[in-house]
Design a protein around this ligand. Structure first.
Ligand SMILES: Nc1ncnc2c1ncn2[C@@H]1O[C@H](COP(=O)(O)OP(=O)(O)OP(=O)(O)O)[C@@H](O)[C@H]1O
Ligand SMILES: [Mg+2]
Length: 221
């Protein structure tokens, strides 16, 4: 079983959106998936509860019970455990990071999000875990040619100590509409641009998990 923790110090960065979309995407590919929601807001659980079709299992949990949740998921044959975390307190996030194979640090590609991304990346590195920075809510335009982030942001993130995922998610209405129905963007708008972004990101995460090592790339896309 592989465990992924989605984290960011900054509220509203897109942790729950990413965690829910990843969980459903992996489930629809035939994986046995469990989402552990340790955020007292329970947004991920609410989203998956709204789902009509079969989907990933989910559990409302807390940091202190994560070890137990992971053991029972392993016993139940779960292949992928995804943990959605709150922005704070850091001790709760730390417990999730500690039991993870891969930590996804989510942030918007803007100047004000850089410091929180760097602090979250530092938590992952300090605990000796593997991680990836995933940019979310990137600017989009009609031509779909805007880079995922300004060169200055990409350059600054080179020094955060974790690799930057070459694929991120752009700001698209489909992410907000799909989650309200407990769906992933791949179901909501199959073949659409949000689904395309999500599929590329999932492939990269899957490859990273299977290789067990992370390459340092900072392509835009
Ligand atoms: N790529 C995206 N495109 C459009 N809207 C997005 C995208 N990602 C997230 N959002 C929206 O941004 C808001 C915050 O997202 P989300 O709840 O996933 O963030 P979060 O990091 O989990 O927040 P919190 O810290 O409160 O748990 C939500 O309204 C969500 O629908
Ligand atoms: Mg959340």
């Amino acid at each position: 079983m592989k465990t992924i923790t989605v984290l960011s110090r900054k509220g509203g960065a897109g942790k729950t959106t990413l965690a829910v979309n990843l969980a459903i995407t992996a489930f629809l590919e035939g994986r046995s998936v469990m989402l552990a929601d340790i955020d007292p807001q329970r947004s991920a659980s609410d989203a998956l509860r709204a789902r009509q079709a079969p989907g990933p299992a989910f559990a409302e949990s807390c940091a202190g019970k994560l070890f137990h949740a992971k053991s029972s998921a392993m016993r139940d044959g779960v292949e992928l455990l995804i943990i959605d975390t709150p922005a704070a307190p850091e001790t709760d996030v730390t417990q999730a990071v500690n039991i993870s194979d891969l930590c996804l640090v989510v942030g918007r590609p803007s100047f004000l999000d850089l410091a929180p991304i760097v602090r979250s990346a530092d938590t992952v590195r300090r605990l000796g875990r593997e991680g990836l920075v995933v940019l979310n809510q990137a600017h989009t335009n009609k031509a779909e040619v805007a880079p995922i982030a300004f060169p200055e942001v990409i350059e600054a993130l080179r020094f955060c100590g974790l690799p930057l995922s070459p694929y991120g998610l752009r700001s698209r209405g489909a992410f907000q509409q799909a989650i309200a129905h407990g769906q992933s963007v791949c179901e909501w708008e199959a073949g659409g641009p949000a689904a395309h972004d999500m599929q590329r990101l999932w492939r990269h995460i899957e490859m990273t998990l299977s290789q067990g090592q992370l390459e340092l790339t900072a392509r835009t896309g």
